[in-house]
Design a protein around this ligand. Structure first.
Ligand code: ADP
Ligand code: ZN
Length: 748
């Protein structure tokens, strides 16, 4: 019997206070319950963290009230929250904020309801005749609603016939019309008709994968231990989604629920539709899929959240933060495209949703499937260590062969291609051919890259750090090449160290430039551009893709946005304008990212009956990322990449912690970074590597100067401990901010 509880107070930087539980609340308060308490003389909101039998605090005050009794976090989710706060060195309060979407945190919820009218039965001509004499208005209402062939807003319906509420009421009483109250905005995407699709027969590869999964599911049902996470490595178009769908069906059959994470859901409507078309049509009335994405309003998000918590929806599909969705009886977690960077949150708490998914799966006792055509080095390495179990789909599901990938050496193209907006002669020829055949082309421009590394336009040489092998960043102010990871500095060369050419310089070209040149070279072609600049309007993404699908566009030019998930049968050519840019980012994952990107983009070609072709333009044709992608050789790429990681002590052989120190004053921030690095070194142990303070590759953003201190160790759990210890006795100057990032992805 618990009479006391410990409350985490909102907006208090993690303050925890004890309160007593009044008798009337005893069976209503559990861990995660949202409460109102008095702090000093003010009302405050908070979350129950712990239930206590005793409290040593004299004169303890009672809880004031409960907010929305229905909202609470399960004990497992509370455990997960504690683990996250500890692992990611994040304040517990910030973790709690991720677990409870804003609308659930006790703010008043006002939801606009709209009334919808729909026909209860379809009136015949005879019915109309019998009505028409006495009730002309009633007849008009029915006619309008029938003509409309879909439910109508009551207000529109009445206005449309100039009828009154009384007329409508009469029709409701006579059971012609039903009126329902619906939430404004509706269930996301509800307006679209989702048609059930035929369920394909599994091919032998899929059958084999499914058999292994089924065995594991059955063993779990029979009381055996939770299987290790599965890594489903399937080439693009191999039918991974079908595996997800079948696994979900099994889980639903067993009366459980499931969570599907996708990289950025708003950008992959095709994916969502595939899930909804399979499950929103299931026998018992559908509406079983809750969709959680960043374009939902707070009210919509809350509604989806509640549908899940009440068990009305049993599949949640969403982006990163959906990992916290309150599903009941969770039976499966799927993380699609597990290698995607969008799973890493770049603000506190800086969690990685895939890793949280693996942890949640372990705590909930449910299987986890991670899927990708290009698994992350970390995950694939885990299969080698036996921590994950590898499942493979090595062939395309439709029997198509993988597209032919041709590499164009930009060094041989010389200055000419640059003047032509980056289009090499072979790529121009390829486009000409597609235009003649009325087939479509995608031109991909790599922009996640970074143009502060020095690249020789003649031989492709890039200046690298001798310690870390990362490309060095030029900081113009101090005229130095710097390795931001270890702090190594060098004088920038005036000629290429490799070929002595003086044309060593930055590279970079924008989508707009490419669009202009394509338009110039192919004046009659229909061209569209898709990047962050042109896609600002809500819905424009769908609009352009719709046009592309219906072949009103010949050439689609875009950035990362068009790299994945899209499936257009008429696209037979994909051109990658600048494969290198990302390759030379000062990041140990640069090679991995380039390989992933090339493979994913190439996967867009030849999805239909005609064979696809991919043209990769690069200054580094011999780089492993380009060569292994060209031969569709993931295993080969992994072997050389893992050797590189091991040789330079990069993750996954070490765990990394990135400390970013920033401030408006460069001097103050640098001073703090240097002092902190020194303090860490003094306190540290030989098995923890502490770097010198280094200027961040992006040295200044939002008016603040940024510096990095990087920690690496084979004993990952020691990193957070060390930093926390040093922090307690370290005084950060005012206006200087420090953030910690465990397993960092953004090293810029
Ligand atoms: P992935 O997710 O691995 O990229 P998809 O699941 O998108 O692959 O499948 C690629 C295409 O193959 C889709 O159009 C899908 O409908 C089709 N497909 C999947 N499995 C089968 C199958 N067993 N038989 C026929 N077509 C299939
Ligand atoms: Zn270095």
């Amino acid at each position: 019997m618990f009479s006391f509880d410990r409350i985490l107070i909102d907006r208090s930087e993690g303050r925890e206070l004890d309160y007593s539980i009044p008798g009337e609340f005893t069976d209503k308060v559990s861990i995660g319950t949202r409460v109102v308490v008095m702090v000093r003389q003010r009302r405050a909101l908070g979350t129950v963290l712990e239930l206590l039998e005793t409290s040593g605090i004299p004169g303890i005050r009672p809880i004031h009230g409960l907010i929305g009794e229905e909202v609470s976090l399960s004990p497992i989710m509370m455990r997960l929250a504690r683990w996250m706060a500890d692992y990611y060195c994040a304040p517990f309060a910030s973790v709690m904020r991720s677990f409870l979407p804003p609308m659930l945190r006790g703010e008043k919820i006002i939801m606009r309801k709209i009334r919808m009218a729909r026909l209860f039965r379809i009136p015949t001509e005879g019915d109309f005749l019998s009505l028409s004499k006495r009730a002309i208005k009633q007849r008009e209402l029915l006619v309008l609603l029938k003509q409309n062939a879909a439910p109508m807003k009551v207000s529109d319906l009445l206005r449309g016939c100039d009828a009154s509420e009384a007329t409508l009421k009469a029709l409701v009483r006579a059971e012609w019309i039903v009126v329902t109250e619906e939430r404004a905005g509706g269930i996301p995407h509800e307006e679209e008709e989702i048609l059930p699709t035929a369920i394909p027969q599994l091919n032998p590869d899929q059958g084999h994968v499914m058999q292994q999964l089924t065995e594991a599911f059955n063993a779990l049902e029979a009381g055996e231990e939770v299987p290790p996470p599965f890594l489903l490595h399937g080439v693009t178009g191999s039918g991974k989604t079908e595996i997800y769908l079948r696994s979900l069906a099994k889980v639903l059959e067993a009366g459980k629920s499931a969570l599907v994470l996708v990289p950025e859901i708003a950008l992959t409507p095709q994916t969502v539709e595939r899930f909804r078309s399979r499950f929103d049509h299931a026998e018992e009335g559908g509406a079983r899929v809750a969709v959680l994405h960043s374009h939902l309003s707070d009210a919509e998000r809350r509604e989806e959240w509640m549908r899940l918590q009440r068990g009305e929806a049993r599949i949640a599909i969403g982006a990163r933060s959906a990992i916290f969705a309150p599903l009941v009886r969770l039976g499966l977690i799927i993380v699609d495209e597990e290698h995607e960077n969008t799973y890493k949150q770049e603000e506190t708490p800086r969690y990685h949703a895939r890793d949280v998914a693996v942890m949640r799966g372990r705590m909930e006792g449910c299987p986890v499937i991670l899927g990708s055509a290009t698994p992350s080095v970390e995950s694939y390495h885990n299969t080698k260590l036996g921590k994950y179990r590898l499942l493979e789909l090595p062939r395309r599901a439709d029997g198509q062969i993988m597209p032919l990938i041709r590499v164009v050496d930009l060094r041989l193209q010389g200055k000419r291609s640059k003047s032509e907006g980056g289009l090499s002669a072979p790529l121009q020829m390829g486009i000409t051919k597609r235009l003649e055949l009325a087939q479509q082309t995608i031109l991909f421009l790599n922009r996640r890259g970074f143009s502060t590394s020095l690249l020789c336009q003649q031989c492709g040489h890039v200046c690298r750090c001798p310690n870390c092998s990362l490309s060095l960043t030029l900081h113009r102010a101090e005229e130095r090449l710097t390795c931001h990871l270890c702090g190594h500095k060098a004088k920038p060369p005036t000629v290429c160290p490799e070929c002595r050419d003086p044309s060593i310089q930055f590279s970079g070209i924008g989508t707009q430039r490419v669009e202009e040149s394509v338009q110039k070279i192919f004046p009659t072609a229909r061209i569209a551009r898709m990047d962050a600049d042109t896609m600002t309007r809500k819905g424009s993404y769908r609009e352009v893709l719709g046009k592309f699908r219906s072949r009103q566009i010949d050439i689609l030019i875009g950035t990362q946005m068009i790299a994945k998930g899209l499936d257009f049968p008429n696209v037979t050519l994909v051109g990658i304008i600048n494969a290198d840019i990302g390759l030379h980012a000062p990041d140990f994952r640069a090679g991995e990212r380039t390989f992933q990107l090339l493979t994913q983009v190439a996967g867009r070609a030849g999805r239909g009956q005609t064979e696809g072709e991919v043209i990769v333009q690069t200054f580094s044709p011999a780089s492993p990322s380009v060569q292994y992608a060209r031969h569709h050789d993931f295993a080969g790429f992994f072997e050389q990449e893992i050797a590189f990681r091991e040789a330079f002590h990069h993750p996954p052989f070490t765990r990394m912690l990135l400390i970013q120190i920033r401030g408006v004053s460069a001097e103050k921030a640098l001073f703090a970074a240097e002092a902190f690095s020194r303090a860490l070194k003094e306190e540290g142990a030989p098995w923890i590597q502490v770097s010198d303070a280094a200027t961040a590759p992006l040295e200044r953003t939002h008016g603040q100067y940024r510096f990095h201190v990087t920690l690496k160790s084979k004993f990952g759990q020691l990193l957070g401990k060390l930093v926390r210890k040093v922090m307690t006795s370290f005084k950060l100057p005012e206006d200087v901010i420090m953030t910690l990032d465990i397993d960092p992805y953004a090293l810029m």
